[in-house]
Design a protein around this ligand. Structure first.
Ligand code: NAP
Length: 266
């Protein structure tokens, strides 16, 4: 089998560093370049923390794809760039695997149309950790029986978007199985704005941002005389890498955009 030629965008970030490490240590995966916001024209080996990884650094993704033969883009950058990077990948026949969060439903629909027009696979996964996928699935199962639910997600304080992509995806999965439902007292008021969290079809989502956290989520269901809490903790970013690896392998076999790793695992 030929090597899968991979570009990682965002290599100096928390997730990007792990992805570079995973790609360079995986048989049949070949890191051919990185796309960074700095260090144009350098070798990655000249950048602190990447000793011995001699691949070119590009700041311009289009230029990177024009100069090199690339199969898959792994994008782990920032919400403002995810969509643009996917469009650039599609334009150049490159299949994107995207962990970057912040996509709207409209973005996903638009990007899926482009993927299908081009006959290219693409995967956007708000969470690559298998435990988080199970948390979302179990939450969807529980919501059929316990429709009163609130989501509390906790992340490190350098995260740019709130609520997290995982919280939104969880809420979407729950919304598929329960009627739209206003929760709490019908006459409740917020004495302090935001006290009740964000409202997703009547479900409340609360975002905590603190140093020391990685990525954590609790989905709390309330019923008569009982509560059920489903909780997942990523305590290290290595937890995401088996999912990224699986997505890279899978994206070559599909010709549409898949949103959520749960559709790949099954
Ligand atoms: P991070 O530590 O802030 O790293 C982001 C990196 O991307 C930084 O090095 C940044 O460089 C770089 N960058 C930003 N814009 C860029 C651009 N246009 N081109 C190239 N590089 C660019 O963030 P992180 O914690 O690694 O997270 C990255 C993304 O993944 C976020 O959207 C986060 O929500 C998401 N995430 C997803 C999962 C998952 O399982 N799907 C898990 C954790 C995080 P500068 O600092 O120089 O701008």
């Amino acid at each position: 089998m030929n090597n899968i030629k991979i570009v990682v965008a965002g290599p100096r970030g928390n997730m990007g560093k792990e992805a570079v490490n995973m790609v360079t240590n995986t048989e049949n995966f070949q890191l051919v370049a990185v796309v960074d916001s700095r260090h144009e024209g350098k070798s990655l080996s000249e950048v602190e923390g990447f000793h011995g990884i001699d691949v070119p650094v590009f700041t311009n993704m289009q230029k990177c794809f024009e100069e090199l033969d690339v199969d898959v883009l792994i994008d782990l950058t920032a919400p403002a760039f995810g969509k643009k990077h996917m469009e650039t990948a599609f334009l150049n026949g490159v299949r994107p695997v995207v962990g970057t969060t912040g996509f709207t439903e409209a973005d996903i629909t638009e990007l899926r149309t482009i993927a299908e027009d081009k006959g290219l696979g693409a995967i956007i996964a708000p969470n690559f950790a298998i435990g988080a996928i199970l948390m979302m699935k179990f939450s969807q199962m529980a919501a059929k029986y316990l429709p009163n639910v609130e989501i509390i997600e906790r992340h490190h304080d350098r995260k740019l978007d709130a609520p997290s992509g995982t919280a939104v995806k969880t809420a979407q999965l729950i919304a598929e199985v329960r009627e739209q439902k206003l929760q709490g007292h019908p006459n409740e008021t917020e004495e302090l704005e935001g006290a009740r969290g964000a409202n997703f079809e009547g479900m409340r989502i609360h975002s905590v941002r603190l140093p020391g956290l990685v990525a954590h989520q609790e989905v709390i269901f309330g019923g008569i005389g009982q509560t059920l809490t489903i909780r997942h903790d990523s305590i290290d970013r290595t937890s995401f890498m088996p999912g990224v690896k699986l997505a890279v392998e899978s994206v070559l076999k599909i010709d549409t955009l898949v949103y959520g790793l749960e559709h790949i695992i099954e």
